[in-house]
Design a protein. Structure first.
Length: 158
């Protein structure tokens, strides 16, 4: 069962989940809060459920079934086509953990991804100053013991 705690006039949203299924459900709810263009840092230790959250976002946008969403650890980037409010939306899920520096990051073409219809979710993006500067918010997932997670969403713009 997830619960939401609204904080600071709707710009910060906090959720508590007790299972992977709860985390997917929170992702579905988050999809309604994310209006393109958006670049969000997706932060959390290994295994906290970053990709699980993206599964719910992708499902809510009719971009992919949850079992089709996998971690882009080795491919660096997964792209999904969906819709939001009847309009096309692109969902980009990046994992930049394995990148060593800004030069390698440039090869991903982040600027080209940030189109008016794009939601860009970047795992480990806080490693790079250029991504932190472009970010319009962040999603932080913290393990709370067992399968429990605290998910804090901060939207800076929009």
């Amino acid at each position: 069962m997830s619960k939401e705690t609204p904080v600071a006039e709707g710009r910060i949203h906090e959720f508590t989940t007790l299972s992977g299924a709860d985390t997917v459900e929170v992702g579905r709810k988050l999809a309604a809060l994310l209006k393109p263009p958006q670049l969000l840092l997706l932060r959390g230790d290994l295994g906290t459920g970053k990709t699980t959250l993206v599964k719910g976002i992708a499902q809510a946008l009719d971009a992919a079934d949850p079992d089709e969403v996998t971690s882009p650890t080795f491919t660096l980037l997964h792209e999904y086509d969906g819709t939001q409010d009847g309009k096309p939306v692109k969902l980009f899920h990046l994992d930049v953990y394995r990148l060593e520096g800004e030069r390698q990051l440039e090869t991903l073409g982040l600027d080209e991804l940030l189109t008016p219809d794009a939601l860009v979710l970047v795992e480990w993006g806080d490693k790079f100053k250029s991504i932190r500067k472009r970010a319009t918010g962040e999603i932080v997932i913290t393990a709370e013991g067992g399968d429990a997670r605290k998910i804090t969403v901060t939207l800076n713009k929009g």
